[in-house]
Write a protein that binds this ligand. Structure first.
Ligand SMILES: Cc1cc2nc3c(=O)[nH]c(=O)nc-3n(C[C@H](O)[C@H](O)[C@H](O)COP(=O)(O)O)c2cc1C
Length: 531
């Protein structure tokens, strides 16, 4: 039996991850209450509406993991990759419970749906969890999630400022002077949210990716007023058309995935032709920004891994960082062959909207910001290891881009930092500090009272005798100071140090190129670098 949206809500509830609020709540308070709650919230009594509202269901890493029935976050990416490799096409069913109540024509009234506002400067209530299905006469089906701001009872905008496939579909329809029919499924399982959020190439049906993630075909039911399907498991479906208005209508502002208040956008209008919903439908208000982030990030992991695989670079770890809004930044560790720091950057910077990428060696923990910064500090020469690409495809929501005229999508600069150890640099410069006796001298033992046995303390004659012994040893084989101290541990350390000091005094001591003690003038002795 396939898990439905409602089954998932029940699972959250059973796990203590969803709290039911049954008292009357003003819809204007919903966004801030969700923001303050570590749990998902179900508002059963939203003042003025007949429908409950659920929000925050994938707003945490843990709930994102739960939503896709995974053991850890990494498994989400593996599941997605499997789905990309082996998509499962959707199946068609004749109808679904979503069709229980239908408003069409003049009855259509978006104001009957409990669509909340969220951030303080929002331009209106925003539908945030609509999974859109469209078809282009030549290019086939496309799905994605796009936001719809409510303007009139049957009119919205659609936020497709970004150069994605849906924008291309709408643009083609606009240029042909025809509307673009779309179905908007609201209240769908995260399987479908993730599948549609994956930016598949034109011609690849994202509902088949969703099926691959689910492990079973997604059931699609037919709309009544347009020749398109909707997701049969959804709570609500809007049948609509993107009108051929072009990118001419002001929309927003809106609190974005960037964690910033987005600016005014210019978008097409959308006419809602019918609204269908279950008799006891639940409205899903996807909460910005984190509910957008947790299932969007794995799509980037998968795309980066694929790009580096194609480039023939062996990847150890990837971190699409939260500071980069799980969107613009990646830190990637690789098992490097010569030159691959740069190849990895070239491949990764082509992925989606990544803007800044750092590539490190496989001894660096990509999830430890201090380790990554340390690699940048100790392995980067700015004139050789920083790559800047200008005029690449950009994300219009990047607030650092200069304004562009309406309808013009801005381009961006991309930066790659190769923080791998450069070719030609001696590896021993990167030997990390390791402490002598780390495997035998344990603090826990000393806290319990362990004592060390005192070595023999020597007089001047004993020091000189020990110095001769040490010299004989290092004349054969250079030794690090600590190795000498250990080798002659029957003496106390002070006596050993004095003996080595004596060898300095009588000018018998030198060091080899690795810093080990050796006999002065011997074949092991280091020479100063020549000019
Ligand atoms: C929760 C959520 C909300 C999103 N909202 C928007 C949006 O309003 N506008 C947009 O262009 N993309 C939005 N996206 C991203 C697109 O859905 C995503 O890039 C998708 O893969 C685009 O598909 P397409 O290139 O096939 O059109 C959103 C993604 C998620 C997960």
């Amino acid at each position: 039996m396939q898990e439905t949206f409602r089954d998932f809500l029940d699972r959250l509830r059973e796990a203590g991850e969803l709290v039911d609020l049954r008292q009357p709540v003003d819809i204007r308070h919903i966004a801030t209450l969700v923001d303050q709650s570590p749990k998902a919230l179900m508002f059963h009594n939203v003042i003025g509406y007949d429908m409950p509202v659920v929000s925050g269901i994938i707003r945490s890493r843990e709930r994102a993991i739960m939503s896709l029935d995974c053991a850890d976050y990494g498994e989400i990416e593996r599941k997605l990759q499997k789905a990309i490799d082996s998509p499962i096409p959707p199946i068609r069913v004749n109808t679904s419970s979503t069709a229980e109540v239908t408003m069409s024509g003049d009855e259509v009234d978006l104001f009957k749906l409990p669509i909340p506002m969220s951030s303080i400067y929002d331009g209106g209530p925003m539908i945030t969890a609509g999974v859109v299905i469209a078809r282009d006469p030549e290019l086939g089906y496309n799905s994605g999630i796009y936001r719809f701001i409510v303007k009139e009872k049957s009119l919205t905008g659609i936020d497709i400022v970004t150069p994605n496939n849906m924008r291309m579909f709408a643009d083609r329809a606009f240029k042909a002077g025809r509307p673009l029919p779309i179905s908007i499924s609201i209240g769908t399982h995260p399987f479908e949210i993730m599948g549609s959020g994956y930016r598949a190439p034109i011609g690849v049906d994202e509902m088949a990716i969703a099926g691959g993630i689910r492990g079973a075909p997604v059931a699609l039911a037919p709309c009544k007023t347009i020749d398109l399907p909707y997701i049969a498991d959804s709570e609500i479906v809007l049948e609509a058309e993107i009108l051929p208005t072009g990118w001419t209508w002001p929309e927003g502002r809106f609190g974005e995935f960037t964690r910033l208040m987005g600016g005014l956008h210019w978008n097409p209008l959308v006419r809602i032709k019918s609204i269908s919903h279950r008799k006891d439908a639940i409205y899903y208000a996807l909460h910005m920004p984190w509910e957008n982030t947790w299932l969007a990030a794995p799509t980037r992991y998968a795309a980066i891994r694929q790009a580096l695989k194609n480039a023939g670079v062996i990847v150890k770890g990837i971190n699409v960082t939260l500071g980069g809004c799980a969107f613009w930044h990646a830190v990637i560790s690789i098992k490097k062959q010569p030159g691959e720091g740069k190849n990895a950057l070239l491949a990764a910077l082509s992925v989606m909207d990544l803007k800044h990428v750092v590539v490190v060696d496989d001894d660096i923990d990509v999830f430890d910001p201090i380790d990554v910064e340390w690699a940048i500090a100790t392995r980067v020469q700015g004139d050789k290891d920083v790559m800047i690409v200008t005029n690449a495809r950009g994300k219009p929501l990047d607030p650092s881009l200069p304004p562009t005229p309406v309808g013009v999508v801005p381009t961006t600069a991309k930066i790659g930092i190769d923080a791998t150890i450069a070719e030609g640099i001696p590896k021993e410069r990167y030997e990390r500090i390791a402490y002598a006796y780390a495997d035998t001298a344990k603090i826990a033992d000393y806290e319990k009272g362990k004592t060390d046995s005192p070595g023999a303390a020597g007089n001047e004659a004993a020091v000189e005798a020990l110095a001769s012994e040490i010299l004989a040893v290092i004349a054969e084989k250079p030794l690090y100071y600590t190795a000498i101290a250990e080798r002659f541990a029957s003496h106390d350390f002070r006596t050993v140090a004095r003996a080595i000091g004596h060898l300095h005094t009588i000018e018998k001591l030198w060091q080899d190129p690795e810093g080990r003690m050796c006999e002065r003038g011997s074949k092991f002795a280091a020479r100063p670098p020549q000019k």
